[in-house]
Design a protein around this ligand. Structure first.
Ligand SMILES: [Fe+2]
Length: 299
């Protein structure tokens, strides 16, 4: 998390790793340019999200003289710095990547075209109000939208799930940063073979499931739960067809736990957590829908 003081700006920087940014507070602008002299400046406000094209120079400005601006960013710097073990190389290499950025004047325009669940844009004005696309594969209905910004390898998505529901548990590699945009609830996280541990969240919380820990998100609030996840998948665990194992049932070798296979304590804990809220778990439709496509248990 980084703060730009009122009326201030950050130093220009370039880097050979990717960076995705979400604005938490304030209004400002970012200038992006390359060694060839191409330059684009765009403005942002609370909830804006964008990515810095690889190795471009960039500089952030706070356009308010009264209020500080604050952003959260996620990068794939750890594997890149570990790989080259040379910080000067990572931060001071004069090399443009014109395939990523070549000064296109609409580069940071808010585009609206979707391809399946993917929104093909390098800038979102406000992730908290962006319309989502209905999606079912992670369980319990709700909405979803994905991004692959600045032609990078990092990806991100927004997911929203209804009141009194919870997602399927799954696990994957390290580097997923889950930012709660609205709602309240808790997540269970646990390494294989251990008991689930419970972590409460609300708007503004950040959850980072550790490498290969199972995790499962539960909405106990009175509004839909919406989160933004930034991910770098340097170690992506996929099947032979390239599908992330985190989306595939454990019954057929994947890393997602079907509702039908979760421990009874998971459902009990959720019912207990809703006690006193005036609602009871709204999961029956999700359990029912799952049965239609549930693979048989392995013999
Ligand atoms: Fe996950």
């Amino acid at each position: 998390v980084c703060m730009i003081p009122a009326g201030g700006k950050l130093a220009p920087q370039r880097q050979l790793f990717e960076e995705m940014i979400m604005i938490l507070d304030g209004k400002g602008s970012t200038r992006v340019w390359n060694d060839a002299g191409h330059e684009v400046t765009f403005e942002w406000g609370p909830g804006s999200m964008f990515a810095i094209p690889l190795n471009t120079w960039h500089q952030h400005y706070n356009l308010s003289g009264l209020e500080p601006a604050k952003f959260v960013s996620s990068t794939n710097s750890p594997p890149v710095i570990n790989l080259y073990d040379d910080v000067d190389f990572v931060f001071n290499t004069p090399r443009d990547f014109p395939n990523c950025f070549n000064g296109e004047q609409d580069y940071f325009a808010a585009k609206k075209e979707t391809k399946g669940l993917l929104l093909d844009t390098n800038f979102v004005p406000d992730v908290t109000t962006l319309p989502l696309i209905s999606a079912a594969e992670r369980g319990a209905g709700g909405g979803h939208i994905r991004f692959s910004m600045a032609k990078g390898s990092m990806n991100s998505h927004i997911s929203e799930f209804p009141v009194a529901t919870y997602k399927k548990g799954h696990r994957h590699g390290p580097g997923a940063h889950v930012i709660i945009l609205s709602g309240e609830g808790y997540s269970l996280m646990w390494p294989e073979g251990e008991e689930p541990r419970r972590y409460e969240w609300k708007t503004g919380s950040l959850i980072i499931p550790p490498n290969l820990w199972f995790h499962q998100h539960f909405n106990t609030g009175s509004t839909p739960g919406r989160y933004l996840a930034f991910k770098h998948e340097t170690v992506s665990i996929r099947n032979a067809q390239g599908v992330p194992k985190a989306w595939i049932s454990r019954r057929i070798g994947g890393d997602q736990i079907d509702y039908a296979d979760e421990k009874p304590m998971i459902r009990q804990l959720f019912a207990d957590a809703l006690t006193g809220s005036g609602v009871s778990p709204a999961m029956d439709a999700a359990y029912e829908t799952e049965l239609a496509s549930l693979p048989p248990l392995p013999v």
